[in-house]
Design a protein around this ligand. Structure first.
Ligand SMILES: *[C@@H]1O[C@H](CO)[C@@H](O)[C@H](O)[C@H]1NC(C)=O
Ligand SMILES: *[C@@H]1O[C@H](CO)[C@@H](O)[C@H](O)[C@H]1NC(C)=O
Length: 505
């Protein structure tokens, strides 16, 4: 394809347009975010090979629905702290595109729950998460998928349990609950092959009498061999329990330790272990693509990636901005110094055709923006707005959906004729870029003077998919000070929220 060098005036307008777009580079989550940021290089080590369950968000920073999800997702990360990993992959990064493609990501955000396969060394099990985008719903879905290595032990099999591998340490939780808590399951995962975990109901009288249990829950640790058992006296919180259990054996190294747990020692250790593991951490194919796909060449690199037969990352272009008033239309495109604008005149209640036209435009804008090619701005204008009628009349536009390009400064406009599919719309856009094709004289009457309006000149991008923002997720409030502050991070107002029901036994 041939690309025309834009003249300087168009380039200026295009730069203004591009700078109005959310930046493509910066990720959505900051360093201090409770969300673990994962990329193609460490995905295997942190997620695929983890013994823990993870939820992974595949996102693009410019995607409105991803931005909407962020607060709920961060809340979910805080709630799942120590129980499961809450991670995010920025699919806008060239180096991550192949990973996102391999994971079958077709739109943003895509959430997947990844947990270890049943057999040791088997591939992780990946499930799509299509539930509500609230912290509560995400937390519950993830908790459901935390593997359970806790054996249920009854009066009948207590002897067998105690005598099997009698040198191995054992942790026994005596409880009046029938289910195994996420906290106990996560501890069993931390100590996989180090401590065997069991849960014993209060009604198992032989077992409870054997250990003289009087209250529930009670955690008993048997160090193995003929060493005396230890009864846990602390609160039923993960960091303290982890410390207690660590007396008899080290937990497996956590390559992505929890930020709040404050256990610097284990963090350091796992870093070391991480380095040791470096050799096998990155899948061969992904490291190859990171070196061949660079963002420098504007023509060769495009989103969606078309290389290989990988699923394309399509349907992800952000909607083009909507202009919501006649003055905003003047301010953006119809004042005497305005450069080229492409306007899509559509009814506010988009029909199928309007959707098609707008999608074509957003995809074209997206493609150009991501290839760093400057392009004039596209706007959606609603024809049901009475104030727009003089413009429609001036240009003699009568169709339900109309695409036009206007250049107020040069006094011309062009009318699009054809179907609204992306191929023909794009070739029309190209003729404008190349300064070809028929032009009409722009009627003086449609030009106006710039007046700054108090509210934003362009409306918010039109969102087409409903995202349920969480309102009041009721998650139990805990007043424990140690769980409300983040190591190395300022306590945030939400920090008083957090601990979920799941962090109890
Ligand atoms: C542990 O098991 C072995 C055989 O499996 C047995 O000889 C030994 O006595 C047991 N030790 C204890 C403390 O029960
Ligand atoms: C996972 O568990 C196994 C024991 O089954 C352990 O050897 C390994 O170190 C653990 N891996 C991680 C990353 O914790």
């Amino acid at each position: 394809m041939h690309y025309f060098n834009l003249n300087p005036t168009v380039a200026v307008a295009a730069v203004a347009f591009l700078s109005a777009l959310p930046t493509a580079q910066a990720g959505l989550y900051t360093k201090s975010s409770p969300v673990l940021q994962v990329d193609a290089k460490n995905y295997d080590r942190l997620i695929a090979k983890s013994n823990h369950t993870s939820v992974v968000e595949f996102y693009a920073p410019w995607c409105g629905h991803c931005q909407n999800l962020k607060p709920a997702y961060e809340k979910a990360a805080k709630n799942l702290d120590g129980l499961a990993k809450v991670a995010a992959v920025n699919c806008d990064e060239d180096e991550n595109k192949q990973l996102c493609g391999m994971m079958g990501v077709k739109g943003f955000p895509t959430l997947k729950i990844v947990r270890p396969g049943k057999k040791k060394g088997s591939k992780p099990v990946v499930d799509d998460y299509n539930g509500e985008r609230t912290a509560k719903a995400i937390v519950n879905a993830v908790v459901d998928k935390i593997n359970n290595h806790v054996k249920r032990v009854t009066d009948k099999d207590i002897d067998t349990f105690l005598s099997t591998n009698n040198e191995t340490a054992k942790a026994l939780l005596f409880t009046d609950k029938g289910t195994t808590s996420a906290l106990l399951r996560s501890l069993a995962i931390d100590f996989l092959d180090v401590i065997s975990f069991a849960q014993i109901r209060d009604k198992e009288s032989k077992a409870t009498e054997l250990f003289g249990i009087e209250s529930y829950p009670t955690l008993v640790l048997l160090p193995g061999g003929d060493k005396d058992g230890l009864v846990y006296q602390g609160e039923m919180k993960k960091p303290a329990m982890l410390k207690f259990l660590s007396q008899v054996g080290e937990p497996n190294p956590d390559p992505a330790p929890s930020k709040s747990n404050g256990d610097k020692k284990s963090e350091k250790k796992s870093e070391k272990k991480g380095k040791k593991d470096k050799k096998d951490k990155a899948p061969k194919d992904s490291s190859e693509t990171t070196s061949t796909t660079t963002s420098e060449s504007s023509e060769a690199t495009e989103v969606p990636p078309t290389a290989d037969s990988k699923p394309k990352v399509t349907e992800v272009a952000p909607p083009i901005p909507a202009i919501t008033s006649s003055q905003a239309l003047i301010n953006e495109c119809l004042h005497p110094k305005a450069h080229i604008c492409v306007l899509a005149f559509v009814p506010a209640a988009h029909g199928e055709t309007a959707e098609k036209a707008l999608t074509s435009l957003s995809e074209i804008a997206f493609k150009h923006a991501h290839a760093d090619r400057h392009l004039f701005p596209f706007f959606e204008v609603h024809t049901d707005n009475e104030a727009i009628a003089p413009v429609l009349k001036g240009l003699e536009l009568t169709g339900e959906i109309e695409l036009v390009a206007v250049n107020a400064k040069r006094g011309w406009w062009r009318h699009y004729e054809g179907d609204f599919g992306s191929v023909s719309v794009e070739s029309w856009i190209d003729t404008i870029r190349m300064n070809e094709g028929p032009r009409n004289k722009l009627p003086e009457a449609v030009i106006g003077e710039v007046i700054q309006e108090s509210d934003t000149p362009t409306g918010k991008p039109v969102e087409t998919v409903e995202v349920k923002l969480e309102e009041n997720v009721k998650i139990e409030v805990d007043t424990e000070p140690e769980t409300t502050s983040w190591q190395g991070a300022e306590p945030t107002p939400e920090a008083t929220d957090a601990p979920p029901k799941h962090e109890e036994l």
